[in-house]
Design a protein around this ligand. Structure first.
Ligand code: SAH
Length: 387
């Protein structure tokens, strides 16, 4: 078995509990095969942990266990089963949710999402990639899915020296699947959709937003239209905006699937649309803003902040007194504190008094590992405009 030895600085980092070790913090690498499970030890030979080794990424080690027991089929079976039990407790009224969330479930860099009877898997490191077939076998054995899609068309795999690919690990490509989220039904295509087919991390926020967004509602960056549809059940009129033609067509189909006729989807650039709406002096009772991650790296934070500022300022101007703004940022590199600072700044510029109604994050099926800040990326703030 391969062996990695930490530098003293690496050891103090390890003691904080972060599950990743960077290559610079290793002073010796012995017999470690790419993607294999290796032992991590201190300079004095003390055993610390076992984990995945990568010979390409800056993240050289991803912790799997602090125990010495063998990391075999039974070990992984038990980890996946535990992940599934947890979802049974925290996920309700849906058949589309995340089943395994990497490090937070003790299975580093493995993502498994469930859409009805179908599973979608992603392996984001050499270690997880190496175990693709074993993971697929365990998922088949434990959950008896109709299909398992491997959605490994992700650029981050390049950092691990891994190819981008999509393939079937079980069954045929499922095509369009109908799933439900609370009372809302929607179509997902795990082969072509964004991420694994849908933005499951917003599931609970969409259900909750539906309770606040009434009257005339705008869903900006709507993708499959899910915020809009949840709102449409109680709102008078909802308009959903996305720059992708395919997205607005899908969203419109989802509206038909639910028999909702008070919602309309338009292909527009949100930045332009909000500006024009301010000029037209239109007003809304509820607005949802769910842009893509603007800050993909630390270097993007300044430009990203300007983007969030512009969007939120315009949205606040468009809100009627008493209206609700549900605003999200899925940029890990922009902290919750910085996001709230941007919102404060927007309120000041708009001369509006806003109160925080709820501070939310990703759904409970995407649990945050305390020692792993990277696992907390989605901020979703519910605000109400007092005046
Ligand atoms: N709210 C959605 C997820 C949104 S993902 C949900 O809950 O499922 C972000 C969406 O923003 C994508 O669909 C993308 O097509 C769209 N998008 C990105 N930039 C845009 C822009 N400038 N104007 C409008 N839509 C944009």
């Amino acid at each position: 078995m391969g062996l990695l030895t930490l530098t003293p600085k690496g050891f103090s980092w390890f003691q904080k509990g972060h599950p990743w070790i960077f290559r610079d913090d290793l002073e010796r690498i012995q017999d470690a095969a790419p993607g294999s499970v290796v032992t991590l030890e201190r300079r004095n030979g003390e055993f610390l942990a076992q984990g995945f080794y990568s010979d390409r990424s800056k993240i050289a080690f991803r912790q799997v266990s602090r125990g010495r027991g063998s990391i075999d089929r039974d070990f992984w079976r038990e980890r996946i089963q535990r992940a599934a039990h947890f979802r049974q407790a925290v996920v309700q009224n849906t058949n589309a949710y995340r089943l395994v969330y990497g490090e937070s479930d003790g299975v580093p860099s493995l993502i498994v999402d469930r859409y009805g009877d179908h599973l979608v898997m992603q392996t984001l490191s050499q270690g997880a990639d190496h175990l693709t077939l074993l993971f697929a076998e365990l998922l088949a054995e434990l959950f008896r899915p109709s299909s398992i899609v491997l959605r490994n068309d992700l650029t981050v795999r390049g950092l691990e020296g891994l190819a981008q690919e999509k393939k079937m690990l079980l069954g045929e490509p499922p095509g369009r699947i109908e799933v439900h989220e609370g009372d809302i039904r929607y179509w997902v295509d795990p082969w072509t959709g964004h991420k694994t087919g849908a933005y499951l991390d917003q599931r609970e926020n969409r259900l909750q937003a539906g309770r606040y967004l009434h009257g005339t509602v705008l869903d900006a960056f709507c993708y499959q239209g899910l915020f809009a549809l949840h709102a449409a059940r109680a709102a008078d009129r909802v308009i959903g905006i996305d720059s992708s033609q395919e997205a607005v067509e899908q969203a419109a189909e989802n509206a038909r699937l639910n028999g909702l006729t008070n919602v309309e989807f338009r292909r527009e650039n949100v930045f332009d649309f909000l500006k024009e709406e301010v000029e037209r002096k239109n007003q809304y009772d509820g607005i949802n803003l769910d842009p893509p991650a603007f800050a993909k790296s630390r270097g993007d934070v300044a430009a990203a902040s300007r983007g969030y500022k512009e969007l939120n300022l315009r949205a606040i101007r468009l809100l009627k007194p008493g209206g609700f703004l549900v605003t999200s940022s899925c940029s890990f590199n922009l902290s919750e504190t910085s996001f709230l600072d941007i919102l404060k700044d927007c309120a000041k510029d708009a001369r509006a008094a806003l109160r925080i109604v709820e501070k939310r994050g990703q759904g409970a099926d995407h649990p945050v590992l305390l020692s792993f800040p990277e696992s907390y990326y989605l901020k979703c703030i519910f605000l109400q405009k007092n005046e």
